[in-house]
Write a protein that binds this ligand. Structure first.
Ligand SMILES: C[S@@+](CC[C@H](N)C(=O)[O-])C[C@H]1O[C@@H](n2cnc3c(N)ncnc32)[C@H](O)[C@@H]1O
Length: 330
C-alpha cells in the first residue's frame, strides 16, 4: 500500500534536489521508502523507535542540533498537542523548503491543520487511511507561540511537552511513594523513570548508594537530569525491556507504561518490565510497583516471583510488592 508520503510526492510535493531531510518522531515500521535514505536524518527521542531506524541504516539522533538545517522536514504527529505544536514550530524554524505534517485523525491532524492554516498557506494536502498529510512553507515567527517555554516547572519539577505526566505528579506514582518503605535497598533501579519523580523521592534515603533511572524517552530523561542532580543517580537512555544492570540490584521501583505504540491500554509492556525486574534483581531483591487497578499483572508477577502481594490501593490503582525472583539471571 502506498503511504501518504509516497502519494504526496505523486501529487506535487516537491523533493528538494539536495540538502538534508529531517524526519521528526517517526514510529518504528513507518514507511520512509520514498525519501533518499542517505539524506535522511531521523530525530526520534524514544529509544526503541530510534534504534529501529538506526538498525535500518538511517542517520539518527534523539533531538535536532541547534545548527541543523533541512531542505525538507517531515513531522510525524504525536498525540500530545503541546509536543505536536512544538515540533511544527521547530521544523518551521530549521527548514528552508517544505514542512510536511503527517498524522492520524485520532492524533488530531484535522485540528492541527486548521490551526496551521491560520499561520501559513497550505501548499497541498491529502487524506488516506484514517489520516492526513499536508505541507507548507512559513515564516518561523508565525509559529512563535507554538514554541515550548524555556522552562516548564510543575510542582517544583522540570517537565517538557509530551513527556509522561507533563502537567504534574502522577496520582499513581504518588500512591506508590506513600506506601514505599523508607529504605528499599542500597542499589535501586527505577524502570521507566520519566522526569524523575520516584527517583527524587528514593534519593531522600541516605542509605541508597546507587539509583539507576532507566527511561526510553530522551526528553523525559533530560528533565530527570535537571530534577535528580544527586551524584548517586545514574541515568540510562534505554529500553527497559532489554536493559542490563551494571551490577546487582536490591530493589526495583516502577510505575510501568500502560499504552502501546497504538496508544491502546496494553499490559504487555508492564509484563515486560516485570520480567526485567526479575532478571536484574539479586535473589533477595524486591519489587514495588503501581498499576491501574484493571491491568492484570498478578499472573506475570506470580510467574517471576515466589512471593507477591497487593500492599495498598484504591478503586483506581494498586500497589504491588514482589520478592524472591524465581529467575534471577543477570
Ligand atoms: C507511567 S510512566 C511513569 C513515569 C515516572 N516513573 C513517574 O512516576 O512519573 C512510564 C514511563 O515509562 C517510559 N517508557 C515507556 N516505554 C519504555 C521502555 N520500553 N523502556 C523504558 N521506559 C519506557 C515512558 O516514557 C514513561 O516515562
Amino acid at each position: 500500500m502506498n503511504s501518504r508520503l509516497t502519494l504526496a510526492f505523486d501529487s506535487g510535493l516537491p523533493l528538494p534536489s539536495d540538502g538534508q531531510i529531517g524526519v521528526f518522531h517517526p514510529r518504528a515500521g513507518m514507511d520512509l521508502g520514498s525519501l533518499p535514505r542517505d539524506r535522511v536524518r531521523i530525530i526520534q527521542p524514544l529509544r526503541p523507535d530510534h534504534d529501529a531506524f538506526a538498525a535500518l541504516g538511517y542517520a539518527t539522533a534523539p533531538q535536532a542540533d541547534p545548527d541543523d538545517r533541512f531542505a525538507l522536514t517531515l513531522v510525524c504527529l504525536p498525540r500530545a498537542k503541546p509536543l505536536a505544536r512544538a515540533l511544527v514550530a521547530q521544523a518551521v524554524a530549521c527548514t528552508d523548503g517544505p514542512v510536511v505534517v503527517d498524522g492520524a485523525k485520532t492524533d488530531s491532524i484535522d485540528s492541527l491543520l486548521r490551526d496551521t492554516r491560520k499561520r501559513a498557506d497550505i501548499a497541498g494536502q491529502l487524506s488516506k487511511a484514517h489520516g492526513k498529510l499536508f505541507w507548507f512553507a512559513a515564516d518561523p515567527e508565525a509559529f512563535a507561540d507554538w514554541r515550548p517555554p524555556e522552562e516548564q516547572v510543575i510542582d517544583g519539577f522540570r517537565t517538557a511537552p509530551g513527556v509522561f505526566s507533563a502537567d504534574g505528579i502522577d496520582p499513581a506514582s504518588q500512591l506508590l511513594v506513600d506506601h514505599l518503605p523508607h529504605h528499599v535497598g542500597n542499589h535501586v533501579a527505577d524502570l521507566g523513570a520519566g522526569w524523575g519523580y520516584l527517583s527524587a523521592h528514593l534519593l531522600r534515603d541516605p542509605k541508597v548508594q546507587v539509583l539507576h533511572l532507566v527511561e526510553a524517552d530522551h526528553a523525559a530523561l533530560d528533565c530527570a537530569r535537571l530534577n535528580v542532580t544527586d551524584p548517586r543517580a545514574r541515568l540510562h537512555w534505554a529500553d527497559a525491556l532489554t536493559w542490563a544492570a551494571p551490577g546487582p540490584v536490591d530493589a526495583v521501583v516502577m510505575n510501568p507504561p500502560f499504552h502501546n505504540n497504538a496508544r491502546a491500554a496494553d499490559p504487555g509492556l508492564g509484563r515486560g518490565f516485570i520480567e526485567t525486574a526479575a532478571r536484574i534483581l539479586s535473589p533477595r531483591g524486591q519489587l514495588w510497583m503501581v498499576a491501574n487497578r484493571h491491568l492484570p499483572y498478578e499472573q506475570a508477577l506470580a510467574a517471576h516471583f515466589a512471593q507477591t502481594a497487593e500492599i495498598a490501593g484504591d478503586n483506581r490503582f494498586k500497589v504491588l510488592h514482589a520478592a524472591r525472583p524465581s529467575r534471577a539471571r543477570r
